[in-house]
Ligand binder design. Structure first.
Ligand SMILES: [Zn+2]
Length: 273
């Protein structure tokens, strides 16, 4: 109860200054500045003014730390490659020590989605991603879509957002998790790096194959991984985890993280026992 009151008070305080911003935001995009108040490197950080919280930063690097390239304008529609594999793995992913409350909701910034992914697809991509984890827990945690946001930046504001935005070079996606002292998640934000070329291969159309578009990073593949962090699973970088959804590196022409391996499922279940 006390936590809830603190959290609501915090949300009201932080959102109050936003009342003055819309006129400005209508005329121009927000400036493309780094989050000066939030760290970009993996780690655990104190939250100034909030001794009851800790901030955890988890970034998802491109394999080989491939630098971001400007999204090329395709001269013809990319051809879906359906010769990929989605091997299972029994290697049990690590856990972070935090957990979601029984009911959690998120906001989407569909206006931030690259045209090559399609703004209209974000609700499906997010839903496919969180359902992987929620179904592994047989509905123990309910995660729901709560509407749209225009925010492209992670910040402690009482809103859990999924957006494309600015992230450090070499990072495909970065997830910010604020936790209470007992490990319960207070807030979660995921930023997909707009500097990379993105695509989305809809798993509902695969018909028994595993497919992805060449030369780009699949939004489902990376977001399902990032949502794993919301639920409390950790990155693993050893080779034995390379088929896990929680494998730390992401690659082009990869959609095997769309679905969980047995090792990912065992890990997330261990958190909510
Ligand atoms: Zn990660």
């Amino acid at each position: 109860m006390v936590k809830k009151i603190i959290f609501i008070a915090l949300a009201v305080l932080v959102s109050f200054p936003l009342l003055y911003l819309p006129a400005k935001a209508k005329n121009a995009d927000p400036p493309d500045l780094p989050d000066s108040d939030l760290p970009e490197n993996n780690g655990v950080y104190p939250v100034p003014g909030h001794p009851e919280l800790k901030l955890h930063v988890l970034s998802h690097p491109a394999r080989g730390s491939r630098p971001a390239k400007p999204t090329p304008t395709p001269t013809s529609a990319p051809v879906l490659n359906c010769s990929l594999e989605d091997p299972d793995s029994s290697s049990v992913s690590g856990v972070t020590g935090w957990y979601l409350p029984p009911s959690f909701s998120y906001l989407l910034n569909s206006s931030s989605v690259p045209a090559s992914v399609g703004a209209e697809n974000l609700t499906w991509i997010a839903q496919n991603g969180y359902l992987q984890w929620a179904e592994a827990l047989s509905g123990q945690v309910s995660v729901s879509f709560a509407g749209q946001t225009l925010s492209t930046r992670a910040r402690l504001d009482g809103q859990n957002i999924i957006t494309w935005g600015r992230a450090a070079s070499g990072t495909l996606g970065v997830t910010y998790i604020w936790t209470y002292g007992d490990g319960e998640v207070a807030e979660a934000d995921t930023i997909m790096n707009k500097g990379y070329a993105w695509s989305w291969s809809d798993p509902d159309t695969w018909h028994g194959s595993v497919c992805a578009y060449p030369g780009s990073y699949d939004a489902q593949n990376i977001l399902t991984h990032e949502l794993g962090h919301w639920f409390g699973t950790d990155d693993d970088y050893d080779q034995e985890f390379e088929n896990n959804t929680m494998y730390g590196f992401g690659d082009v022409l990869e959609t095997k993280k769309d679905t969980l391996t047995n090792g990912d499922i065992t890990a997330v279940r261990s958190i909510y026992q």
